[in-house]
Design a protein around this ligand. Structure first.
Ligand code: F6R
Length: 618
């Protein structure tokens, strides 16, 4: 749950480049930061707890010497976010000779640490990572490693031997004064990408780290070690040291996509990018959009697995598949999947895994359980080349571009757009819905980007005013019926995660079976009420809440006077969107509300406390 980056430059100074790249990776974690560089055979290090800007203010991350270096931005898993636990971590020497940065979790670190301490190693931190430099040091000193695959460097062999002892997930990088012209990187289950430029090699946890530097990339696979020297890039298998050849790919994300482009926060920028992202989803490759429905059509049972916001997309999709394609699906929170469905999944099951990052550990673990039971794996992700794309039989890349804000916004609406297109195509295949209805849905889905654009243009100020009015409230209710329940859940998650307001979402019909007891004078209740078949009963629910003194905010269709005259406040959505597609536009005011509530309450919406963008631990 961290970001790693490093480079070997032909000329120049590595430290400022590492610092800038870590800023682009800050969405992966931001409780501590560190860098190590090599210059004239010596190791130079800076690391501290705090966000990158704070640490830079205190310690100047740019003034380490040398062309070679590694860096890390951390989200604590083992060991609190203190300086001693910040990466890089070192061997026993003083000053240190080996420095390691790592993203992931070493599951057997406790046993390894005991073994190393028994052999005399002294640990400085509480992290799992620190076993790695000590293990390398141990192998280097004892020379107890088999030379594999004609590797003529003792340091590489010692590192291969050390990596062979690790259980768990890692993307890691190692530098050492014993071979001061080289960086070694390796991966297992945590993402690692190489960036190739004429005058430099880079590696990073994610592509945005080096987008302004190069668009040529190579994905590193599980079980591989990368050797980088000024004039050499070698990928080897950790198992036997053998060389691997892998072609370079080009990414077409423009570098300015990872900057804020004048917005105060990435979250706001990404909310505003939604019309463009939604248009992208209407231009996805036909063959993928055709293949997925073919698999879904054949499936005996379809289980959708995901976490957080992606799970909400699955929940909305379960209504779409049921209403349009007459396909029953089970949306399951990925961390519950193995317990709930592990034993019943079989060769007849089809798993549709939805993950923006394609790297969420819980989602990948669910997929792994299903894979072991021979289920068919389908994927929907924003990161092509991610683990999910590599383990799926067929996947769709949603093409939202990098999402930097920790709270998912543009990737959610794009997931919904792709899932609704899949449901419409499946409906066509199954012939369950009239051609007239299909034509209408296809026409309406094309209109959604403009409708979202209209919301952002015409309703943002209003939402901002609502945030000012309601900023002091301690709790919110989010209610919706049918597919709008998924929208309500997502609105509530956004508000909780960026503005820290504990909130509750319920299917509106369920609210009177308990939660209504919370309602007192002025308690804020947000109703999601598109003009679908649920509207009439939702009006009944609004009246029940109003009768008990609640302050009602409605997200409703433009000109829906029955609702507008009942409620205290409302946000209007341009008319004409069928209920089954409504979560895409109707969630947008809720995203804006969460954003402005965060601003009004003095929270940083891009870096909510305790959260990281990509949760790569279970
Ligand atoms: C919420 C949020 C998270 C993610 C969840 C799954 O705003 O971003 O709830 O949706 O961690 O992430 P992915 O989609 O990358 O699997």
């Amino acid at each position: 749950m961290c970001g790693i980056f490093g480079c070997i430059l032909k000329e120049g100074q590595a430290a400022p480049i590492i610092h800038a790249a870590l800023k682009r990776l800050e969405y992966r974690g931001y409780d501590s930061v560190g860098e190590a560089t090599l210059d004239e055979g010596k190791l130079y290090v800076k690391k501290d707890a705090g966000k990158i800007d704070e640490v830079h203010m205190r310690r100047n991350l740019d003034d380490l010497p040398g062309r070679i270096g590694i860096g890390h931005t951390r989200w604590a898993t083992h060991g609190a976010p203190f300086q001693v636990n910040a990466h890089p971590h070192f061997d026993c020497s003083d000053p240190p000779k080996i420095a390691v940065v790592h993203n992931g979790i070493i599951e057997n670190f406790a046993e390894l640490r005991r073994e190393l301490e028994d052999a005399g190693h002294v640990f400085r931190s509480k992290t799992d990572t620190e076993v790695i430099p000590h293990l390398i040091e141990e192998y280097l000193n004892s020379k107890q490693f088999a030379t594999k695959g004609n590797v003529d460097s003792e340091f590489i062999n010692a590192t291969i031997a050390a990596i062979g002892r690790l259980q768990g997930s890692y993307a890691l990088a190692v530098v050492s004064t014993s071979d001061p012209d080289m960086i070694l990187c390796a991966r297992n289950e945590s993402p690692l990408v190489l960036g190739i430029a004429d005058n430099a090699w880079y590696f990073a946890s994610d592509i945005p780290a080096f987008l302004p530097l190069t668009n040529k990339i190579i994905f590193v696979e599980n079980g591989e070690l990368v050797v980088l020297r000024e004039n050499l890039l070698e990928i080897r298998k950790v198992a036997d040291g053998s060389l691997v050849s892998r072609e370079t790919k080009l990414v077409d994300w423009p570098p300015e996509m990872v900057e804020k482009q004048g917005y105060p926060h990435f979250m706001l920028k990404e909310i505003h990018e939604q019309p463009r992202c939604l248009r992208n989803t209407l231009r996805l490759q036909e063959k993928y959009l055709e293949l997925l429905p073919t698999f879904l059509d054949r499936a005996r049972e379809v289980i959708m697995v995901a976490c957080g916001t992606s799970y909400h997309a699955c929940l909305a999709a379960s209504y779409m598949f049921s209403k349009l394609s007459f396909l029953a699906t089970h949306p399951v929170i990925a961390s519950e999947f193995t317990e709930q469905h592990g034993k019943s999944v079989s060769i007849d099951s089809t798993i549709l895994a939805v993950s923006q990052s394609g790297e969420t550990a819980d989602t990948l673990a669910a997929v792994e359980t299903a894979r072991q039971r021979a289920a068919t794996i389908l994927g929907l992700t924003n990161v092509v080349g991610s683990t999910l794309t590599r383990i799926s039989r067929v996947y769709v890349g949603q093409q939202s571009g990098p999402e930097i804000g920790v709270a998912a916004t543009k990737t959610f609406t794009s997931q919904l757009s792709v899932l609704s297109q899949l449901a419409i195509r499946l409906a066509k295949k199954r012939g369950k819905v009239s051609q007239e209805e299909i034509d209408l849905l296809e026409e309406k889905i094309e209109e959604i980007p403009d409708i979202v654009e209209n919301i952002v243009e015409t309703q943002e100020e209003k939402v901002r005013t609502l945030a000012r009015k309601y900023k002091g409230k301690q709790c919110f209710f989010f209610l919706g019926r049918g597919i709008s329940y998924a929208t309500a859940l997502e609105g509530r998650l956004k508000l909780m995660e960026v503005a820290y307001v504990p909130s509750i979402a319920f299917p509106a019909g369920e609210s009177k079976h308990g939660p209504i007891s919370l309602i007192t004078q002025g308690f804020p209740v947000i109703f999601v009420c598109p003009p679908d078949e649920t509207r009439r009963t939702v009006i009944g629910n609004i009246m029940e809440m109003k009768a008990r003194g609640a302050s009602i905010i409605a997200i409703c269709e433009k000109g829906d006077e029955d609702i507008i005259k009942l409620v205290d406040d409302y946000v209007e959505i341009k008319e004409g969107i069928p209920g089954v597609l409504s979560p895409i536009p109707y969630v947008v005011p809720l995203q804006l509300f969460a954003y402005y509530m965060a601003i009004e309450r003095g929270c940083d919406p891009d870096m909510p406390r305790n959260l990281a963008k990509s949760v790569t631990v279970k």
